[in-house]
Design a protein around this ligand. Sequence first.
Ligand code: GLV
Length: 325
Amino acid sequence: MSKPNVFVTRMIPEPGLARVQEACQVDLWTDELPPTRDVMLEKVRGVDGLLCLLTDRVDDELLDAAGPQLKVVSNHAVGYDNIDVDAATARGIPVGNTPGILTDATADFAFALLMAAARRVVEADAYVRAGKWRTWGPSILLGPEVAGSTLGIIGFGRIGQAVAKRAAGFNIQVIYHSPRPVDNPPAAARPVDLDTLLREADFVSLHMPLTPETRHLIDAAALAKMKPTAVLINTARGPVVDQVALYAALKAKRIFAAALDVTDPEPLPMDSPLLALDNLILAPHIASAGAATRDKMARMAAENLIAGVRGERLPNCVNPEVYED
Ligand code: GLV
């Protein structure tokens, strides 16, 4: 029996790729950069399955270009705002993602950004390399205290709660705001409304999905409510922050600092004014980039893809309604 045809839009870690290659006839995009839109539209034509990355837009046009035989879209990410899930559901196509396994790696990185921004690690490194370190100084590179501070977590799902766990070890009080109901929140974490969170938090860390409701949730008005000593951390999705407003707030020192693992757009253009700010740390969307985590993501994305092309239920499906009669 011939193997199902799939398009894999990038080299994914070997444990996942090997699984896909064993089970499917694979068209693999091996470039470092994602396929262009035109290439995507061409490559998906006639495939049974698509394994894509968060850099690939999957919408009505692409699903039509693929054709009615397409059985599954498997995203190599937990977030799936790059996929028009309603368009997939309308065609009865299950969409897979990779929840759970990247929770710790992402929470670790959010915490690394929190610590680095508070204690000015990146500025300190630049300071030493620039030859500015002339003596020990009582007032050099001061930052807000971490111990005894309040962390406001927006979006209190798996990753938000994992950040809260880490905060407990640093003697940080946690308040949170979650648009979705929270199962078994840790007793020490206090739910608050968004305004209270913005006003009370010394650190604000974002962990919600990108949806029409969360786009630019952190806008000029939200930033204006934050303390002048506050730090904003974003490991969620770039567009949840209004970057123009963030630039203005950082430039005018209306908040102390920010640390972004995600930006809008990605990659951040080299002429972005954000790059000139000392009180901003930037990373290239690497919060889940633990080596073992990425292997597990690739494996899970492969398992979703293979189940889908075989007509089996995906182990992790974001639109299970496709299985309802
Ligand atoms: C990364 O951002 C992911 O959604 O997995």
